[in-house]
Design a protein around this ligand. Sequence first.
Ligand code: FAD
Ligand code: MG
Length: 320
Amino acid sequence: MAFSTKTRKILVALLITGWSLALIYYFFQLPAIKHSLKTKQLYYNNRLLMGTFWQVSSPNKQAATIVFSEASRIEQLLSKYIATSEISQLNRLGKLKVSPDTFYIIKKSIEFHDKTFKAFDITVGPLIDLWGFTTQEFQVPTDDKIRDTLKLVGSDKIILHGNDNVVEFKIPGMKIDLGAIAKGYALDCAVKKLKEHGINNCLINAGGQVYALGDKFGKNWKIAIQGRNKLEIIGALELKDKSASTSGNYEQFFLKGGRLYCHIIDPRTGYPANNQITSATVITDKGITADALSTAIFVLDKDSQKQLIKEFPETQIKIY
Ligand code: FAD
Ligand code: MG
């Protein structure tokens, strides 16, 4: 096909203009294109903290660093496995001036003790040691030994001096174990820090205890409840701005004489909880409440469970 010189010039001009417009459009749109790709992207991060696996999923890259740093700060204060923690020092000395965080969690723990018919009790420390759950050197103690150890147990034997944050034990040898509540508290602290940084969407899984902050691209976060067999899913939850905590007898236990002894102890008897359930899941706004109540529900019999549920109408409870 033959074109006149004038037509050729017009065609070349149109081509150049077309390409220029396409390039301008591409460069101006690039950030938006990149952004739209990113909006559906989650960053996943894992860390071993508090003797368990923490996983953080968020569209915000900074979320994991904030969560891990806050959880690590709480672990340094509250872990009985860290000799320099405030809890280890208190357990050794029997009296200690503690940080506001430590004072707060002990105060809340005593409140949960009072509200759970004494099923939740952070002074179970000596019993956890006696049954071998702290060192993994398991044993079934004699009834006499359990009776003796029970003398050291009871949250009513903790004295709180509110004016100067001093915690004191009434009986020498008492020990606090925050294993059933500190992960929940750490989740709440992490969520508070995330919000302070303007991060409002994040899923944190601290070894089965979860906090679902905000949503996942407009939809609730979906959570599976694991069964006795790690591959078995016994329930599913959809969460938004809620914490879910599961306490069960299938992760930490030992078998002796055909019986299963689990790490959750009934502080009223000194024996591992044994009420024929596999797990209890509590869903509520605060991690600290979900954590404490799931442990308490696991200890209580059916009638007391029902009464406790009435006391906390804002919580959802699933028993398997
Ligand atoms: P939950 O039901 O929430 O708690 C059960 C735990 O609470 C028991 O293991 C016992 O410690 C305590 N408990 C038992 N009965 C009662 C009761 N009736 N009332 C109140 N408390 C009770 N584990 C390690 O092996 N190494 C570590 O370094 C380590 N560091 C930790 C640091 C911190 C700050 C915390 C909180 C825990 C740590 N753990 C560590 C413990 C480990 O993560 C536990 O397995 C976990 O705390 C148990 O939680 P859970 O959600 O399975 O059960
Ligand atoms: Mg708990």
